[in-house]
Each structure stands twice: as C-alpha cells, then as structure tokens.
Write a protein of this length. Structure first.
Length: 285
C-alpha cells in the first residue's frame, strides 16, 4: 500500500476537486439569503443502521472549507449506529456549513455503506484465519475514501493502484506469452527499475498453480473462480510457499465456505461497487 503521507495527499486532492466541482464560483443559494456574518450549528443525524464511517474525513472537509468551524464528535469512525443517533455537531459560519454539507453527506453515506458491508463480511469470517480484501473496483476519484472505509469496517486494503504492487492477471499472462514468461519478465523489469514491489499472479487452474510455484518469488497466488474442492487442493499444494487469495463471484452465501478451504485472503469488489448508501442528514439546530 501507499505511504500514510501519500494517503493524506490523496485525501486533500479528493476534497479540493470535489469542492471545486460542487461550489464553482460560489454557493449562490447561501450567498443570496444568508449574511456572511451569520453563525449556525448543525447535527449529523443517522436515519439508518450500520457502521459509521467518514467522521474524520468530514472534519477534513469542514476545515478545508473553513478552518474556523468547530466539530464536536459523539460517535467515532467504525462504531455501530442506529436510527436517531447524532454523530457530531458542527458550529460556525452558516455559509461555510452549507458549502461543505453535500460533500460531507455524499462521502459519509457511501463510506458508511462500505464499512457496513465490510463489517458484515468480517463477521462471516470469524473463527477462520482468512481476511477480507477490497479491490480496484472503486468510484473514480473517490478510491482513497472508499479504501479508508474498508479499513474502518474491519477489512484490509489490497494494492491502492497500479503502481504499488505487481498483479499479473489473465490478460497480462496471455499477452506476455504465458505464466513463466510473464513472471520472468516481471522480475527482470523490477531489477532494471530497482523497484521492490510484491508480485501477485492469477491462476485459472491447478496446472497454473503448479507453474507459478515452480517460478518462485511470488508473494501471493490468486485463485480465480475456483470451486471449493479445487481451492482446497490448491491451498494444500501451495502450503507455505506463498500466500493465497480467492476471488470471483464470492458472496455472503459462499464466503465462509471459501475461508474454510484455508485461503489467507478473500477479495471482493462488492465491498465498493455493490452497496446502498447509508441514510444520513445534516440538520440545523
């Protein structure tokens, strides 16, 4: 994964671009009817249930818009919430609160939904040694917040982007001329570029698992769309030579069974691409 400093930079880029997109040359609705000197207070109200996420991100947004805004937090990121809970109060310039409102709500609603779904998957894996991973199937421009939400829900982040880990999937392998050639070329590239990146290789069957093992130097083998029996066979074959990851159409009904096959990780794009926003609102008080 990327460094904490780069993670924070990505968050600032996200906020800056989102405010540019939403505010443009001014929030004319507020400018038209609310004096610049007006002071106000609002509460973040939960109208749903699940895991709240984005509280700290909301603080970043409010302070980006107006460093003088004051936030009083009652419920922390990663906590379970129910209908009627108040997560925080924000006080200060009424114009500033309204300028930040939509970005705060859009972000927290989506982040909370992701954290909630992730938490439900984590609970399904309790008692196993398998961890849940996200993927790159994220909303363009919002990835850093979505991956943060996965962590708040108890999951783990896969690579952040194309640049921080090598992942040789079916198309890479086919374009490169096969698994052995793809891995050999990758190792040579990393030596030439003096880069220390972990290598994950996708296997489409047991024969490809065997070929990957022979090549050595692979951090994790991705068992893509394997059934339970073949997954167990692959895990036994791999042993402690490298880590294992299952993926491909794994859902609430099947995730536990795949974990019981002994894989180290299960990756799920559904954590970020198939969720319904948590219902939250920001109300003046």
């Amino acid at each position: 994964m990327i460094s904490e400093a780069q993670f924070q930079d990505e968050l600032q880029i996200l906020i800056s671009n989102a405010i540019r997109e939403d505010v443009g040359d001014g929030d004319h609705s507020s400018l038209a009817c609310i004096p610049v000197s007006a002071q106000g207070k609002a509460k973040l109200l939960v109208k749903d249930e699940g895991i709240i996420a984005g509280v700290e991100f909301a603080k970043m947004i409010f302070h980006f818009v107006d460093p003088q805004l004051q936030i009083e937090t009652f419920i922390k990121d990663g906590s379970a919430v129910k209908y009627g809970d108040v997560v925080f109060h924000v006080a200060g310039s009424s114009q500033s609160i309204l300028k930040a409102e939509r970005l705060v709500l859009n972000s927290m609603q989506r982040m909370s939904a992701i954290a909630t779904k992730t938490s439900s998957y984590v609970k399904l894996l309790e008692g196993t040694n398998t961890k849940i991973l996200d993927t790159r199937k994220t909303t363009p421009g919002f990835r850093v917040a979505e991956k943060w939400a996965v962590k708040l829900g108890g999951g783990e982040n896969h690579r952040f982007a194309l640049y921080d880990m090598i992942m040789l999937k079916d198309n890479h392998i086919d374009f490169a001329g096969g698994i052995t050639l793809a891995i050999a070329k990758t190792k040579e590239y990393l030596r030439e570029q003096n880069r220390d990146l972990k290598i994950i290789v996708e296997a489409r069957g047991i024969d490809e698992v065997k070929e990957i093992i022979i090549c050595e130097g692979v951090y994790r083998i991705l068992l893509d769309n394997f059934d339970y029996e073949t997954t167990r066979e692959a895990v036994a074959l791999i042993g402690d030579k490298c880590l294992t990851e299952s993926s491909g159409n794994i859902n609430e009904d099947t995730i536990r069974k795949y974990a019981e096959c002994g894989v180290n990780y299960i990756s799920s794009g559904a954590l970020t691409h198939s969720i319904y926003n948590m219902d939250l609102s920001l109300k003046a008080i």
